[in-house]
Ligand binder design. Structure first.
Ligand code: MN
Length: 475
């Protein structure tokens, strides 16, 4: 996928001098074992780096947190209270920390050794005691930290840490998301509008406008040789469906998308953009609305949304980072299935459906577009995967942004749709069709969304809390 910076998480272990040096040596040994164990579990998406110095004084803690802030590769801090670590020591450092924080409420030993337990053992292994002192100060400071409770070797605990890491990495990377908007928002449409300055303040997104002519100039630099190379790649990856077109026309239409793809990628790379939006109302100088071209970039990890919807494009990129670009992409609510017992929503877009969601080998289809007033564009057509996941949409309510989160159950279509020239994804909403759709509409959720079959609603909420974003969960 489109690369992000290297990331690691710091493991900071709390204790104090009260128990003597021997105890602290033991604490260090245990901490190293846990850090190694977690790294070797193979379940964590990023490495954990144990800080050599134990968090036994305000000076040590403050220094570590300051360093975590300015080191780019540190995506978050994981703390563990091995023993009792008086929390006044944590106040300054915690106040200064600007990276995500996870309190791992675990213990070195899984079971209480009843046959041998004595007061020395109790003093050494008192995470239950230390967790409460530390938890109090985080609550009092109103820190938006995550708390994971349980034995560090348990699968469920490691899975929770891993999922939080993905959120923390996406949060950190969010401040590097740059969106190129080609053209403005679609005329008359309300929900795609928003305050770009506020989005940069709250989420870190830089949103830059370009006239379509700037992109057209780049597209026109693309050579025939480059187009042929990309077309050859299409031949390897996709099925070609000529439909009613003669072969030459069909190839010309598809090659136009290859040309757009190459120019678009070059433009985005030059400006360090990782997301973009287009608008079919603003295509001056372009032969086709980008369809296949956009889908190819989505597959590489670029965030995208149509009709100038830069917010959804940025969220798409954010969730792609969180999900490692697996089964995650821009979507639009299109058509209801209202037959009792079968209620579902058909999801698609004019063309730009994300191939990371494909369950079938995508085929390239050329078909007229009823909007946009250009030649018939090529696009990838496929059926979407089945799986449970989450769909989100963000809207600007004038005083604040609001995120809608709905849990969904995607399923593979059983009926063919021979006349549908776009990719399709089908899902059922939770808790049930009427309640879910009603709540979505009532809370002002948009028609442009990002769906992920690789993320949970908990992960989305964790991110929302990190950025103080108002959210509504429908599940
Ligand atoms: Mn749309």
């Amino acid at each position: 996928m489109l690369k992000t910076g290297k990331k690691e998480f710091w493991f900071v272990v709390g204790s104090q001098h009260l128990y003597g040096e021997e105890t602290l040596l033991e604490v260090k040994k245990h901490a190293q074992e846990i850090a190694d164990g977690l790294n070797e579990s193979g379940k964590l998406p990023y490495p954990i780096v144990l800080k050599d110095e134990l968090a036994v004084s305000a000076d040590v803690i403050t220094t570590i947190m300051k360093e975590a802030n300015y080191r780019e590769k540190v995506a978050g801090v994981i703390t563990w209270m091995h023993t009792f670590s008086p929390a006044k020591m944590w106040i300054r450092g915690t106040q200064l920390l600007q990276k995500p924080l996870l309190h791992l409420a675990t213990q070195y030993n899984e079971s209480i050794p009843w046959a041998t337990i004595d007061m020395d053992f109790m003093n050494l292994n008192q995470a239950a005691h230390g967790d409460r002192e530390y938890g109090f100060i985080n609550a009092r400071l109103n820190v938006k930290n995550e708390i994971v409770v349980g034995y560090w070797q348990h699968d469920a605990v490691q899975k929770q840490v891993a999922e939080w890491m993905d959120v923390a990495a996406a949060y950190t990377e969010s401040f590097n998301i740059k969106v190129a908007r080609f053209g403005d928002n679609m005329r008359h449409v309300a929900v795609t509008e928003g305050d770009k300055v506020e989005a940069q303040i709250q989420f870190g997104w830089v949103v830059d406008y370009y006239g379509i002519g700037d992109l057209v100039a780049e597209i026109n630099q693309v050579t025939e040789k480059e187009i042929d190379a990309t077309f050859a790649e299409y031949q390897e990856l996709y099925t070609f469906e000529l439909g009613d077109y003669d072969e030459q026309t069909w190839i010309r239409r598809v090659k136009e998308q290859a040309k757009i793809e190459i120019g678009l990628r070059r433009f985005l790379e030059a400006g360090n953009y990782s997301a973009f939006s287009t608008n079919f109302e603003d295509l001056y100088g372009m032969a086709q609305l980008p369809g296949l071209a956009v889908q190819r970039l989505m597959a590489e990890g670029y965030g995208f949304a149509g009709e100038g919807d830069w917010k959804t494009a940025a969220i798409d990129r954010l969730l792609k980072i969180m999900a490692h670009n697996k089964n995650t992409g821009f979507m639009e609510d299109y058509t209801y299935e209202l037959t009792p017992g079968k209620e579902a929503i058909l999801q698609s877009h004019m063309m730009e459906v994300d191939p990371t969601l494909a369950s079938t080998k995508p085929k390239i289809v050329v078909s007229p577009l009823s909007m946009g007033n250009r030649e018939d564009p090529a696009r990838l057509v496929f059926d979407g995967k089945a799986g449970s996941g989450v769909v989100v949409s963000m809207a600007d309510f004038g005083t604040h942004y609001r995120l809608l989160i709905n849990e969904v159950e995607a399923f593979e279509p059983t009926e063919a749709a021979p006349h549908l020239p776009v990719a399709r994804v089908l899902w059922k909403v939770k808790p049930d069709f009427k309640t879910g759709v009603h709540a979505w509409i009532e809370h002002g959720g948009g028609h442009h969304t990002v769906v992920s079959l690789n993320l949970s609603s908990e992960q989305i909420m964790t991110w929302a809390k990190m950025v103080n974003l108002d959210y509504v969960l429908i599940k």
